[in-house]
Design a protein around this ligand. Structure first.
Ligand SMILES: [Ca+2]
Length: 496
């Protein structure tokens, strides 16, 4: 359907159902003027929402060589939908190839190519002062749309209501219903903003004097068609959790003069009044008492250990159980578990973690032992270092460590004499010879005087070489002068 508007005589419009597109038929306007025009006679410059609409516009509108302004422009350097002031998202962009190019740096407004040979339906940035046709739309959403119980969303040629929670129907005219409440023995007072027992209806409850309410004071009808809680009930006095009620009645059950005493199970203590009495006014004295689990002192984690508790009625109260364990290298001394009793005390004593012991070590012969102990003498983490007296060499490990298994690393070292120490050098060779020309004479080579070594060198033990066998008595003693370390005594020295 195409007609001329009687309002200006200069408007052509295309109508599809409720949302209509309009464009200025005669005049071409700068962008601001075009917007002004649209806002005066319609709603605004078009805010294109999807490809379907672009196709529709390209199909429906006539070709115009200067094309049409649409409702996007640069605000503070950002492309923005002017109607909603929302930023143009990447997904919604529909630019022609190599656009927006902002030629001459003044292209701040957007045109749509309608029926262009190429890039038809695409957008281009243009200087806002250019004159083009205004492409307007008239919104379908009424001033007070969707019964004011939802968002009105424009669609091509129509609109749709997105109802708020609690409402439904095309115009959100229907309200969610909850079940009708008919509680017994409890007074109810309801308010129904949208209809009887409907969305957001609230009901408050109160018990008669002398009765006690169990449950919440107020219910609300939720969008899920459910009430926010169960209907409360009114009861005569009842025993507290983990407690008992013992009543005596003078004039009738739970009537004037009735007295009720409260007590708690073993391990629980009463907080609140011990007794309540039904007064002449038909109310009970005092508040509801409660039974609370007996509390034990809080336990702490042992040094080098862990504590793992489970609580039945509350942290460190009657029924709480705590298990103890120790880190590697430590052994638990005391009970593995403790339990909070009905009297508010713990079973057993406080356990502790003791470092695992290794056998005591002793110093090697001719040596010394030097130990450091982390957790106690010769226990897990102890470290012992070994050393030898002067003149002795440590054979084996220099140190041993007590492991988490209660054993020492390595074997015991020994200190050995340095007799086998090697000479550092030879400074001379001594030769002593003895000769007896007569067979059978008794030449005692042992009594021969030996030559001496220079200071600083030590003489090796002489060795005899018998050049001629007895009875000839020719003997030769050989010794060396050796440079030995200070700590080697001459007696211990041997030939290298
Ligand atoms: Ca451009």
């Amino acid at each position: 359907m195409l007609t001329s508007s009687s309002l200006t005589g200069a408007v052509t419009w295309v109508e599809v159902g409720a949302w209509t597109y309009h464009y200025s038929d005669r005049g071409d306007y700068a962008w601001e003027q075009a917007r002004n025009y649209c806002q005066t006679f319609f709603t605004d410059l078009v805010a294109i929402q999807n490809k379907q609409e672009i196709e529709y516009l390209n199909r429906s509108l006539p070709f115009h060589k200067r094309y049409y302004w649409i409702g996007i422009r640069k605000l503070h350097g950002i492309w923005t939908w002017v109607g909603t002031r929302k930023v143009l998202t990447k997904e919604a962009e529909n630019w022609a190839a190599r656009e927006p190019n902002n030629r001459r740096s003044n292209q701040d407004c957007v045109e749509i190519y309608i029926k262009r040979p190429q890039e038809s339906g695409k957008w281009n940035d243009e200087p806002c002062s250019q004159k083009k046709k205004a492409l307007c739309y008239r919104a379908s959403c009424q001033p007070f749309p969707c019964s004011q119980r939802g968002e009105c969303v424009e669609t091509i040629g129509s609109y749709r209501c997105e109802c708020y929670p609690g409402f439904h129907g095309p115009e959100c005219e229907d309200v969610v219903q909850c079940t009708k409440l008919e509680p017994k023995g409890v007074r109810m007072n309801c308010s129904h903003p949208y209809g009887d027992f409907s969305y957001n209806s609230t009901c408050v409850f109160r018990c008669q004097e002398g009765f006690e309410q169990r449950g919440v004071d107020m219910l609300r009808c939720l969008p899920s068609q459910q009430w926010s809680a169960d209907t409360p009930t009114c009861t005569v006095l009842s025993a507290p959790d983990r407690g008992e009620l013992n009543c005596s009645h003078l004039h009738g059950d739970f009537a004037f003069g009735s007295t009720c005493a409260f007590s708690c199970q073993t391990g629980f203590a009463l907080t609140g009044p011990e007794t309540r009495e039904c007064t002449a006014a038909g109310t009970w004295t005092g508040d509801s008492p409660r039974c609370e689990a007996a509390a034990c002192p809080a336990l702490s984690v042992p040094d080098q250990g862990e504590l793992n508790c489970s609580h039945l009625h509350g942290d460190f109260t009657f029924g709480s159980k705590c298990a103890f364990s120790c880190q590697t290298g430590f052994v638990l001394m005391g009970p593995e578990t403790r339990e909070c009793t009905a009297t508010g005390t713990w079973t057993g004593d406080t356990p502790r973690c003791k470092a695992i012991a290794c056998p005591a070590l002793s110093a090697p012969d001719q040596g010394e032992l030097n130990c450091s102990h982390l957790h106690g003498d010769f226990t897990f983490g102890s470290m012992c270092a070994f050393s030898c007296q002067t003149g002795f060499v440590l054979m084996g490990l220099e140190s041993r460590k007590c492991t988490a298994m209660g054993t020492w690393t390595g074997d015991s070292p020994r200190c050995e004499g340095r007799a086998a120490a090697r000479a550092q050098g030879v400074t001379g060779l001594g030769v002593t010879a003895g000769f007896s020309p007569y067979p059978g004479s008794s030449l005692n080579c042992a009594h021969l005087p030996f030559s001496h070594c220079l200071p600083g060198a030590q003489r090796s033990r002489p060795r005899r070489a018998e050049l001629l066998p007895p009875p000839w008595g020719l003997c030769l003693w050989l010794h060396m002068c050796l440079l030995l370390p200070d700590w080697v005594c001459a007696d211990g020295a041997r030939e290298p």
